[in-house]
Design a protein around this ligand. Structure first.
Ligand SMILES: Cc1cc2nc3c(=O)[nH]c(=O)nc-3n(C[C@H](O)[C@H](O)[C@H](O)COP(=O)(O)OP(=O)(O)OC[C@H]3O[C@@H](n4cnc5c(N)ncnc54)[C@H](O)[C@@H]3O)c2cc1C
Length: 393
């Protein structure tokens, strides 16, 4: 099924062009529409994939609710963590951990977009974007489109090949499983189970139960290389054999993917072409969480456009110290992967969930951060921080 709702536009000039109907492109399109100034603009959304849906889940934490709340398929108020023989259950209040399915997100946003005359959805593979001075030319295999501002969510891992700083790959393989026995506690989300071996890379599983019988069980690794799906599948099945207490289960669906964990300076040489989503640096370098950062960037973009101002790239919205913390953490995860499990576990163990979630969302105060750091192996962190400082010189 294609996403095209128009076969062609006689006028190929738009106010904004959005490339990619994934998390960032959809969030931006719907948020532009919700604003009374940007909602009147002529907008083109280009998506290359002929497949209607990505089949991904996006999880995030939130205190309160926003427009996507009706799309949340499950929330949890308790999070659990495992490391070696240690285990921890943490009350998340006032936060909640939430899950949105990308299919529901896309369906909901498309239903809104399709009703608007000023939004054009086209199924096109974008080949290139060129800033021509007062407008940007977007080349697709079937023609050219123009807009003074383009929001681009295309991302290729190859873009990072020449990056001299830190790069790890966060790889996921998740199965939505249904067990015959009622084995899950739907109130509790297991966010990190580090009981798998941690020799060459940090690896953990998360288990997000929908009901007592159904859960998303997802194996995740942070590593310097990209592993095959077969390798990841073997890790996932071993985890299920060892830690999920079921005689038999069915796999209802799967999700896989790779995202970068890097201090690469995502950006664009043109301030008329604004990278968004993972391509815009919205995937947090030390955790991979993206949903909340995409929404932060989208809010900024809409506010700026409504005031006729150029939006900033995502990294300019973040206090610089958060990138520094991410770099220190990336260095540790890269050079001492065997320490990752105990560090993540200890951070959640020794701090309340609210301050941890604020910290992970780059929304903590300096005082909250000091409180988190002083409970960690301080000398080790200072040594790693020093090496980051020296690297800059
Ligand atoms: C399996 C998996 C699970 C994840 N889970 C979470 C999670 O729980 N929480 C969280 O915060 N983050 C999560 N992430 C990270 C992140 O939220 C997602 O990767 C998210 O989809 C990134 O959004 P995006 O818009 O940048 O990219 P995408 O959602 O990948 O969207 C990019 C879109 O651009 C289109 N496109 C690409 N090239 C072109 C082209 N040339 N022309 C036109 N269109 C093009 C693609 O087809 C795609 O639809 C997960 C990632 C993966 C892979």
């Amino acid at each position: 099924m294609t996403i095209s709702t128009t076969t062609a536009t006689s006028d190929n000039n738009f106010d904004y062009i959005i490339i990619g109907a994934g998390l960032a492109g959809l969030s931006l399109a719907v948020s532009l529409l919700k604003n009374k100034i940007t909602g009147r603009k002529r907008i083109l959304l280009l998506e290359k994939s002929q497949q209607q849906y990505q089949g991904r889940t996006w999880c995030f934490w939130e205190n309160g609710a926003d427009w996507w709340d009706s799309l949340v398929s499950k929330t949890w108020s308790i999070a659990t963590f495992y490391e070696g023989t240690r285990q921890l259950a943490k009350e998340l209040a006032p936060m909640k951990y939430k899950m949105v399915h990308s299919d529901d997100y896309r369906r909901y946003v498309f239903n809104i977009l399709r009703k608007q005359q000023n939004i054009h959805l086209l199924s096109r593979d974008v080949v290139d974007c060129k800033d021509l001075g007062t407008t940007v030319a977007v080349h697709t295999e079937e023609g050219l489109f123009f807009a003074p501002l383009v929001f681009d969510s295309r991302f290729q891992l190859a873009e990072l090949e020449r990056h001299k700083g830190h790069i790890l790959y966060q790889q996921f393989i998740g199965w939505f499983i249904k067990s015959e026995e009622p084995i899950f506690d739907p109130q509790k989300a297991c966010l990190m189970d580090f009981r798998a071996t941690q020799d060459t890379h940090v690896s953990f599983c998360y288990v997000l139960p929908k009901t007592a019988h159904e859960a998303l069980v997802e194996f995740t690794i942070f590593s310097k290389q990209i592993y095959s799906d077969q390798y990841l599948q073997a890790l996932l099945t071993t985890y299920i054999d060892e830690h999920i207490d079921t005689f038999s289960f069915n796999v209802l669906g799967k999700e896989t993917g790779v995202i970068p964990m890097t201090d690469y300076a995502f950006g664009s040489p043109s301030n008329r072409i604004i990278p968004i989503g993972t391509a815009g640096g919205c995937s947090k370098p030390s955790s991979g969480y993206t949903f909340t950062f995409v929404q932060q960037h989208v809010k900024h973009i809409v506010q700026q456009l409504a005031q006729d101002r150029l939006p900033l790239p995502f990294h300019k919205l973040q206090a610089k110290r958060f990138l520094f913390y991410d770099r220190v953490m990336l260095r540790i995860l890269k050079e001492f992967p065997e320490k990752g499990a105990s560090l993540f576990f200890s951070m959640f163990h020794r701090n309340n969930a609210n301050s941890m979630f604020k910290f992970l969302a780059n929304q903590s105060t300096l005082w909250q951060e000091i409180n988190i750091f002083r409970k960690l192996p301080v000398l080790f962190f200072l040594r790693m921080a020093w090496r980051e400082i020296v690297r800059d010189k």
